[in-house]
Design a protein. Structure first.
Length: 159
């Protein structure tokens, strides 16, 4: 196998592994625990792992894959960043929706968590920049979507 073929094989395997790890393991945990490790730290960990693998291959005289992993030290963080960006966009589209609009001197931003069936509305006064937050649960009733907080029903929308 030529070095280019080895690099391509490693890159394809990395894309598949990174996609599943980031998309189905890391991102769901990140949204439930924002203090989780950052993307920058994931990239650093990836580089360290590749340096360790390259070092092991160098000292065990396995020169077949040594050059491929040497190139992979540079390629892996780029691949991880691209995969992370795409997986994050896909995750947000599948699990969240939202939008914003202006009404009577205020800007409203609405965010909906589809999995947890809850919402957050930010109302910002355009003149004073004061922001109020309303959060609650979403309830479906026949042809209506009800947005409720603990004590009050705020908004009824027809589907």
């Amino acid at each position: 196998m030529k070095t280019i073929e080895k690099i391509l094989l490693i890159v394809i395997l990395e894309i598949i592994i990174f996609w599943f790890l980031v998309r189905y393991y890391y991102l769901p945990k990140l949204y439930s625990n924002p203090d989780l490790i950052t993307a920058q730290n994931l990239i650093i960990i990836t580089v360290i792992i590749n340096v360790i693998i390259c070092g092991i291959l160098y000292f065990t005289k396995k020169t077949k894959f040594k050059n491929a992993f040497l190139a992979n030290i540079i390629l892996a963080p780029i691949i991880l960043l691209l995969v992370f960006s795409k997986a994050h966009k896909t995750f947000r589209q599948e699990n969240f929706s939202g939008g914003s609009f202006k009404y009577k001197g205020s800007k409203f931003s609405v965010f909906v968590d589809k999995k947890k069936n809850n919402f957050t509305i930010f109302k910002t006064d355009i003149n004073t920049n004061e922001t109020n937050i309303i959060a609650g649960d979403i309830e479906l009733q026949n042809d209506k979507i009800l947005l409720k907080n603990r004590n009050e029903e705020y908004l009824k929308m027809i589907q």
